[in-house]
Design a protein around this ligand. Structure first.
Ligand code: OAD
Ligand code: ZN
Length: 238
């Protein structure tokens, strides 16, 4: 069966790396971006709401809509899928996790080698002077109705350090590209593989496993495609 086939590939692989997307966290109660009827997002377009265009030109709007969605992820807890990946890393079965998620759940589950290629919701920074602040500072200022929140040093607008549409990719992405190139197996979990440049990663590796509830544009390239929930699939492979 498919689980056995996936397990065999993982066993035979010298170096395996995992790429996760929003679909691994839906079982933790965080809606993804592109499933039908996508909860929080309803008729909002993430490419617009979470963009530098909105942040720079309509910072109040950014804080009233996009920022709220980011902030709401911070109370979530990891699910079985996150825990199994953390265990697999501990046992040396996978090298680490490249994640497009900004919900911190891989780290909360104990994963150590995490490449956050779309930033995180632990930190923020000043658009004018670059000063680093914690995400809590942004939340405190917003809750005190300072919208947009401003830098204590220079009064510039503060931003969360997530990668918005229009932002360059962070250094973590360069590292991730290198790790994928030196791996012989990539396991994609819970990503529609619709967003560039992350969706080029499956092109740069020899073997590919895709675990995703719905079809992806890379299914035809994969050695194994498992169209199941992430936790169920990982439990069976494990
Ligand atoms: P998407 O929402 O595009 O894709 C999530 C995929 O997970 C969908 O194809 C779902 O079918 C699948 N899925 C949902 N629940 C699942 C489950 N329990 N088990 C398995 N699969 C499940 O999310 P991403 O691919 O992560 O970027 O989106 C990529 C980027 O687009 C995000 O990082 C974000 C967004 O705009 C930025 O914010 C920069
Ligand atoms: Zn500043």
């Amino acid at each position: 069966n498919l689980f056995e086939k996936a397990a065999r590939l993982i066993k035979q692989s010298r170096k395996t790396i995992v790429l996760t997307g929003a679909g691994i966290s839906t079982e933790s109660g965080i809606p993804d971006f592109r499933s039908p009827g996508r909860g929080l997002w309803e008729n909002l377009d993430p490419m617009e709401v979470l963009s530098t265009g909105v942040l720079y030109n309509f910072p109040e709007e950014f804080y009233k809509v996009g920022f709220k969605i980011l902030s709401s992820m911070r109370n979530a807890e990891p699910n079985e899928a996150h825990y199994i990946l953390s265990e697999m890393e501990k046992e040396g079965i996978i090298f680490g996790v490249i994640t497009q998620n900004i919900d911190n759940l891989h780290q909360k589950a104990g994963s150590k080698n995490v490449f956050e290629v779309h930033g995180n919701t632990r930190e923020g920074s000043c658009l004018r002077c670059g000063k680093k602040v914690s995400f809590e500072v942004l939340e405190e200022k917003v809750s005190k109705k300072q919208i947009p929140p401003r830098c204590d040093d220079c009064n510039g607008v503060l931003r969360p350090d997530v990668v918005l549409f229009g932002d360059p990719m962070p250094y973590a992405f360069d590292l991730a590209v290198k790790e994928v190139k030196s791996s012989d197996l990539l396991i994609v979990i819970g990503s529609s593989l619709a967003v560039s440049p992350v969706n080029f990663l499956p092109d740069t590796v020899r073997h590919l496993i895709i675990i995703n509830a719905t079809e992806t544009p890379y299914d035809y390239k994969a050695d194994v495609v498992i169209r199941e929930k992430a936790s169920y699939a990982l439990r069976n492979i494990w």
